[in-house]
Every structure is written in structure tokens, then in C-alpha cells.
Design a protein around this ligand. Structure first.
Ligand code: AMP
Length: 255
């Protein structure tokens, strides 16, 4: 496995390869990420994983500062799985323009998480556009855990005629139902015990208001619960002010 920390190294590795799969991540890898990597390895001849904590998508400095960093463990896991290349670029390399240019979507990105995290999706779409242009993968793998993000990325790839097939992968959960997330490791023990109730309520509530009320009663700080089409989306927070952990999830519901 090679670790490319510059764009030149990545392009040098990419040059003579066909059939390349790509899994963009922010590191602190868990089985959710690894399920995407396994799909990439099974479907493509070569698989690149990027590890980059993208500052332009964080609307909260404390969230960025507290974001877990487990690079050595991440690299060991990816190497053991048989990944060909890990891309670990710097901000200076990815943002020579210092984020003067950005990809803005005007509809779906303003709803759900976009309504609660101003600028979040411009940061996400911009970094994904940059990564896709650098890696030029045949296929890229994204999790349904971030369903709104997956939809926006699919739509961006269509809108800009990018030559990558976007593949959505099911949410991987802990045994108690909590969707795996890098941020879960920042949950206090009591909050970790409460967290699976989020998924349980999203699934079992009669309607969005009922879900929001039940979550608030259980002790969650509720950002939103909203059903669009046949999918119910939610975002909640747990924990003390300096170490708030925000959880998002979504479930299929009857239309
Ligand atoms: P992140 O490192 O959180 O930016 O996530 C990188 C990729 O992994 C994104 O496509 C996420 O949707 C995906 N992902 C994160 N958590 C999960 C999960 N529990 N199940 C499936 N995919 C996930």
C-alpha cells in the first residue's frame, strides 16, 4: 500500500491504472467505512481511500477540534484489507485558492442538515469535486448513513458531467442499532447508552412530531426530524456544551 500525501504522488500512482475505486473518508475508521472499502476492493481492480478532515465543511470549531484522529490505526487497517493507495492531502494542496471557489447547491442542500449547519454542504461538495478531479475514479463509494450527502453528490456528478459512477452503500450499525460514526467515540458513557434510542424512535414513531417529542423526552437535543418521500431523516445532539456530539441517521418509512 502506498501513502500519497501530495497530489503529484497520487497522480503518479494513478497514471497507469484502470478500473479505480475510491472511498473518501475523514479517518477514525470504523466498520461502516470498511464496508465501503470492501465494496471497492470487490468491485474494482484498484482502490484508493482518502483520509482528510475537511475544515470547510465544519460550521462548529469545537466539532473540528474534537474530531478524532487515529491515522496510524487507520493505515494499518487499510493495509490489512489490501487497499492499494491512501491519499492524505494537506489543506494547502487541496485549497490553493483558499476556498475562494466553491460548489453551491441551492435546493436540497438548504434543507435538513443544511438548514442547521450553514455552509456545510458547500464544503462537502467542494472537497468531493476536488477529490474526484484529482483521483478520477471509475466508481466512488458513499454511505447511506449520510443520505442527504449521497443524494447531493449523485446530483452534482450528473450536473457537472463527471465521469464517475456513484455507488451508495447501506448503513452499518452497532449491535444495538446505533449507526456507526467516527463521532460515537466522543460520547460520554451515559450518552452512549441512550444513543441507540435515536434509531429506535426514528423507526417506530407514528410521525415526525411524535419522533421529535419522544427524543426530546428521552434527553436528546433535537435538531430536526423530517420525512421526505419515503425516508425519515433526523439529527440530534448529546453531551455537555464543550463536547457536544451530533448524531444523524435516516430510515425508510412507508410513503
Ligand atoms: P466520514 O469519514 O464520516 O466522512 O464518512 C466517509 C464515508 O463513510 C461517507 O460516505 C459516509 O457516508 C460513510 N459512512 C460513515 N458511517 C457509515 C456507516 N455507519 N455505514 C455506512 N457508511 C458509513
Amino acid at each position: 500500500m502506498i501513502v500519497a500525501s501530495t497530489i503529484d504522488e497520487l497522480k503518479g500512482w494513478r497514471e497507469d491504472k484502470n478500473d479505480v475505486g475510491f472511498v473518501p473518508t475523514m479517518g477514525a475508521l470504523h466498520d461502516g467505512h470498511l464496508s465501503l472499502v470492501s465494496k471497492g476492493l470487490a468491485a474494482c481492480q484498484h482502490t484508493v481511500v482518502s483520509i482528510y478532515v475537511n475544515p470547510t465543511q465544519f460550521d462548529d470549531r469545537a466539532d473540528l477540534a474534537n474530531y478524532p484522529d487515529t491515522l496510524d490505526d487507520d493505515l494499518a487497517m487499510l493495509d490489512a484489507l489490501g487497499v492499494d493507495c491512501v491519499f492524505t492531502p494537506s489543506y494547502a494542496a487541496l485549497y490553493p485558492d483558499d476556498f475562494a471557489f466553491r460548489v453551491e447547491e441551492q435546493e436540497l442542500s438548504k434543507r435538513l442538515c443544511g438548514a442547521h449547519r450553514p455552509g456545510h454542504f458547500a464544503g462537502v461538495l467542494t472537497v468531493v469535486m476536488k477529490l474526484l478531479n484529482i483521483v478520477r475514479p471509475d466508481r466512488a463509494f458513499f454511505g447511506e448513513k449520510d443520505f442527504q450527502q449521497l443524494t447531493l453528490i449523485r446530483n452534482m456528478v450528473d450536473a457537472f458531467f463527471l465521469d464517475t459512477e456513484i455507488i451508495g452503500c447501506p448503513t452499518v450499525r452497532e449491535r444495538d442499532g446505533l449507526a456507526m460514526s467516527s463521532r460515537n467515540r466522543n460520547l460520554e458513557p451515559d450518552d452512549r447508552k441512550l444513543a441507540p434510542k435515536f434509531y429506535e424512535v426514528l423507526q417506530s414513531a407514528d410521525n415526525d412530531d411524535d419522533a421529535a417529542r419522544r427524543l426530546a423526552d428521552a434527553g436528546f437535543d433535537v435538531d430536526y426530524v423530517e420525512t421526505i418521500g419515503n425516508r425519515r431523516f433526523g439529527a440530534v445532539s448529546l453531551g455537555p456544551a464543550a463536547r457536544i456530539v451530533r448524531l444523524i441517521d435516516n430510515v425508510a418509512v412507508e410513503d
